[in-house]
Design a protein around this ligand. Structure first.
Ligand code: PGA
Length: 247
């Protein structure tokens, strides 16, 4: 039985003035021990957020694949761990688009983060044009193809995030979400094993909000959510945590 997992992605939002939101989210997470909750904040907030977050795992939104070296402006997995990060998002579509990251890059980052002891949320998802062309499943299959054969759910989570649903207030139909999650798990099973795939959580991301979370979180093979805009304030994120606990 996979526990529900709800992760917030603050993206390039958040200063120390928002640490009160972290505290409120941490309190809600503690009040819902039946669901796993995490919050991925900007690099500069990792250490201060970890200080006030209690048992709530704080994460990062990117990591370099190398341990150290001449990579100006980048950050290593060890550095993140030292700052207090327990997990990291890799392969987010905004990084694929803005920083030209490939699926190979995302898996190399995942490997580095795993080696440093972090949990990894690897993102996948199609553009609107790809969905319209009937290619959504094939695109996601390519994005997850780099999964190591010995992967397992203790360190890896997949987040399916259709690019056109991110920050737009639009979501796929319930049937479309369920179909791609089920297909993605079958693909994971083919790449690893049925048993391994059954242990890897697949989150939905893209305009998840208090008013749609309960429905989405009840769909087959949806094991939680990766939440952007609605994770910035406890007033919106906590109802999603509650919905996950009830699902
Ligand atoms: P959104 O972002 O919830 O604001 O759509 C989700 C994400 O990009 O992880």
């Amino acid at each position: 039985m996979r526990r529900k997992f709800v992760a917030g992605n603050w993206k390039m939002n958040g200063l120390r003035a928002q640490l009160g939101e972290v505290e409120a989210i941490a309190a809600a997470a503690a009040a819902h021990p039946g669901v796993d909750v995490a919050l991925c904040v900007p690099f500069t907030l990792i250490a201060p957020a970890a200080e006030v977050a209690g048992a709530l795992p704080i994460g990062a939104q990117d990591v370099h694949a190398a341990e150290k070296g001449a990579h100006t402006g980048c950050i290593s997995a060890q550095m993140l761990v030292e700052a207090g990060a327990k997990l990291v998002i890799v392969g987010h579509s905004e990084r694929r688009a803005d920083q030209c990251e490939s699926s190979a890059d995302a898996w190399a980052k995942a490997k580095a983060a795993r080696a440093a002891g972090m949990h990894v949320i690897l993102c996948c998802g199609e553009t609107e044009a790809e969905r319209d062309a009937g290619q959504a499943e094939a695109v996601v299959a390519e994005q997850i193809a780099g999964i190591p054969a010995d992967a397992d759910g203790t360190w890896l989570t997949i987040a399916y995030e259709p690019r056109w649903a991110i920050g737009t207030g639009r979501t796929p139909s319930d049937a479309d979400i369920a179909a791609i999650h089920t297909a993605t798990r079958a693909r994971l099973a083919a790449l690893t094993s049925v048993e391994t795939a059954a242990g890897i959580r697949i989150l939905y991301g893209g305009s998840m909000a208090p008013d749609n979370a309960a429905t989405i979180l009840a769909l087959p093979d949806v094991d939680g959510g990766l939440v952007g805009g609605a994770s910035l304030v406890a007033a919106k994120f906590v109802p999603i945590i509650e919905a996950a606990d009830a699902a």
